[in-house]
Design a protein around this ligand. Structure first.
Ligand SMILES: [Zn+2]
Length: 698
């Protein structure tokens, strides 16, 4: 760390299309904030950069859904997120937004810089077009079946089920998200960034040069490079976004993933208009991106290649991306409202920011996915924050009040050779060693982005403090040896003070409480020494009056937890708006139909007599069905849910008079009916008892 003069720390720009939930916080913002607090405590020169990502189809679709303009839409969520970050105490130096003029300029300049080197490939190709809406369908404007996993609602840029990154032309049965229509192909011209040309350089810089990166990050990058890189389109046909700065490019904007990371640079410019360059161009600046794992490719491969292409920029020195956080054993989901929303937490638990910080850091998904449960939240607050940390500080404060009238007792040498004093000295030495060890480990972990372990070591200081009090039992000595009591409490106050210093990166409100309680003039000096020397320091002065004891944390009521669980159990019909999830939780009812329409359907029961998996498709099973009259072939997209073997011998419900349809060279003569739950899981529909094949359903 010391070879760097300053630090540029970025946290992923959140899409301005919905509120923040604990998954976002645990993924990028809390680790970034903890790290920045640590750097500042060490006196480092830091800028901490973030802002709203306000372009892209996630925004335009979301705005359409809410029936407002993209501008009104991003304004709403930008202010909502900014406020939630502030209320939670995430200490960005700037929380900017990519719709700011300075960002338009910066992104266009960046584009021009690469364009002027003739690096972009300009190409006209056929792309899907929605004739009814009059728009080209890129990214999330188009959905279809994923060629990899068979998910019927994969997006034009990515399948959220299997994570594969896609282009619209790869989708099977594509349809427009806006109108639902099947699109047509039309030629359009775009610019492509030649990522393939950076492959060798990326191997050298990243694969050879950054073996120190976290294994989850390094591994994902390596696998991307091993698959080979392709030129990536960096422009779109949209009317919301940053115009392509070329004379003949009307209607073309920069692709959101091209402009968004440049937002880090624009925000720095906005923050420091006169000397922003040293934070982005001086090799003595350390650039670190905090992100969640879904952004690894963009921050480790694409953005560095862009920076390299634009020239004279520094490259990220580390990208400590986290894995995902789950909630109560299930994926966090905005569309299903399966989430703990930050603004709701802050409303429901006023004055309890530290508690959420503590629990999220203690389960931080640093190496693998982690699970947040309300029960665990309650347990960690009660048995760690209250019983260990709060309790220790309070005991020391109360005992000092009782025996020394709330003044710091004198430090004592404790001369004497009697067993009691020898025992106290031994206990003191042991505690002192353990405490210094914990402080060293804590700082080492903080330097290496291991916040979970770092926080555990911080809490260890209070564990050691409690043990020291329990072993020395000053309340028993009070009658016979007040010098010993003074020594024990003086040292205990020192421990309290050092906890107050150590918890600053993790628990800012708790740290402030300890500062108030100790009321010590030495605090500022002690803080500097503590973070420089990485060992216990003097925090209290003999004879100084302490502040008023405070209860730092209180237990979580069962009723509060029950209320949160109740909220999660309710499945909302009106989902929280988020364009990125076009599929609502429970699907809306289709328009009413007449009985005659229904009676046109010939629904029958058949029995599967043979089944095989279709080659080249993860999704399709080829079923031979006994329909009572003979045998028919039905292709069914259930391979992810049932194996071919499982299907043989089962009764199925199918539509017998559906016009035959050819798929992958085979004619499907009917359609198997399935129940699909909110997660897209398919289950067969069949009679509760076996019936004769060919039985009709009405
Ligand atoms: Zn997929």
């Amino acid at each position: 760390m010391s070879q760097f003069k300053r630090h540029t720390i970025t946290a992923a720009l959140p899409y301005a299309n919905g509120p923040l939930h604990i998954g976002h916080i645990a993924g990028a913002y809390l680790p970034a904030d903890t790290y920045v607090r640590f750097l500042r405590l060490r006196g480092e020169d830091v800028v901490f950069i973030c802002g709203s990502d306000e372009h892209g189809v996630a925004i335009t679709l979301g705005a359409k859904k809410e029936g407002v303009s993209p501008r009104v839409f991003v304004d709403k969520y930008h202010h909502m997120m900014k406020k939630a970050f502030e209320d939670f105490g995430i200490g960005f130096d700037i929380y900017s937004r990519t719709s700011n003029p300075v960002h338009y300029e910066t992104a266009q300049e960046f584009f021009k810089k690469i364009y002027d080197q003739n690096l972009f490939i300009e190409e006209t190709s056929d792309q899907y077009y929605d004739e009814q809406e009059g728009i080209f369908l890129a990214d999330r404007y188009i959905i279809g079946t994923c060629p990899n996993c068979g998910n019927p609602n994969a997006y034009g840029d990515q399948c959220e089920k299997c994570g594969t990154s896609l282009s619209p032309r790869q989708l099977i049965n594509p349809r427009s998200t806006v109108s639902g229509n099947t699109p047509v192909l039309r030629p359009t011209r775009h610019w492509y960034f030649p990522l393939d040309k950076f492959e060798n350089w990326l191997r050298e810089w990243l694969i050879e040069g950054h073996k120190d990166w976290k294994t989850n990050v390094y591994g994902q990058c390596k696998s991307w490079l091993d698959q080979g890189l392709q030129p990536r389109s960096i422009t779109r046909d949209l009317d919301w976004g940053i115009p392509v700065p070329l004379p003949d490019a009307e209607g073309k904007v920069l692709y959101v993933w091209f402009d968004a990371p440049i937002g880090y640079i624009s925000a720095t410019k906005e923050l420091k208009p006169n000397d922003w360059e040293k934070y982005w161009k001086d090799p003595e600046t350390r650039l670190i991106h905090f992100i969640g794992k879904d952004n690894i490719v963009f921050h480790c491969i694409i953005f560095p290649s862009m920076l390299k292409a634009a020239g004279d920029f520094i490259l990220p020195d580390n990208v400590p991306a986290n894995e995902f956080l789950n909630l109560e054993g299930d994926k966090l989901s905005t569309s299903r409202n399966h989430a703990v929303w930050l603004h709701e937490y802050l409303h429901d638990f006023p004055g309890r920011r530290d508690e959420l910080r503590y629990v999220l850091t203690s389960i931080s998904p640093e190496a693998k996915d982690a699970d947040f449960t309300w029960k665990d939240y309650q347990q960690k607050v009660d048995s760690e924050m209250v019983s260990i940390l709060g309790n220790f500080v309070n005991r020391v404060m109360v005992l000092t009040g009782k025996y020394f009238d709330g003044k710091v007792p004198a430090e004592q040498e404790l001369p004497g050779t009697d067993d009691r004093r020898k025992k106290i000295l031994t206990l003191y030495q042991q505690a002192h060693n353990d405490l210094n060890q914990a402080v060293k480990e804590m700082t080492a972990c903080l330097k290496n982005f291991r916040f979970r372990e770092a926080q555990f070591q911080m809490m260890n200081l209070a564990r050691i403090g409690n043990k020291f009090l329990a072993d020395t039992e000053p309340w028993k000595l009070a009658k016979e040896d007040m010098e010993a009591v003074a020594a024990i409490l003086n040292y205990s106050l020192t421990i309290v003070g050092n906890i107050g210093l150590a918890c600053e990166p993790f628990l800012p409100d708790g740290a402030a409480s300890i500062r108030r309680q100790l009321n010590s003039d030495l605090f500022e000096v002690a803080r500097k020494q503590f973070w420089q020397k990485e060992e216990l320091v003097h925090v209290v002065a003999q004879g100084a009056a302490l502040g008023t004891p405070e209860l730092m944390y209180k237990k979580v009521e069962d009723a509060d937890i029950e209320k949160q669980m109740e909220r999660l159990r309710k499945t909302p019909l009106t989902a929280v708006p988020e364009a990125a999830h076009a599929v609502a939780a429970t699907k809306a009812l289709k328009p009413e139909i007449a009985f005659d329409d229904f009676s046109k359907l010939d629904i029958r029961i058949g029995e599967v007599v043979a089944a095989e998996k279709m080659e080249k498709s993860d999704k399709l099973l080829k079923l031979t069905v006994d329909d009572g009259l003979g045998r028919r072939t039905i292709l069914s997209g259930i391979a992810k849910h049932y194996s071919a073997d499982e299907m043989v011998g089962r009764q199925v419900t199918f539509i017998a008079n559906l016009a035959p349809r050819k798929m992958m060279g085979i004619e499907s003569q009917g359609m198997i009916l399935m129940a699909e739950d909110n997660d897209g899981k398919l289950r067969l529909i069949r009679p509760t008892e076996d019936v004769a094949p060919g039985s009709t359903v009405s």
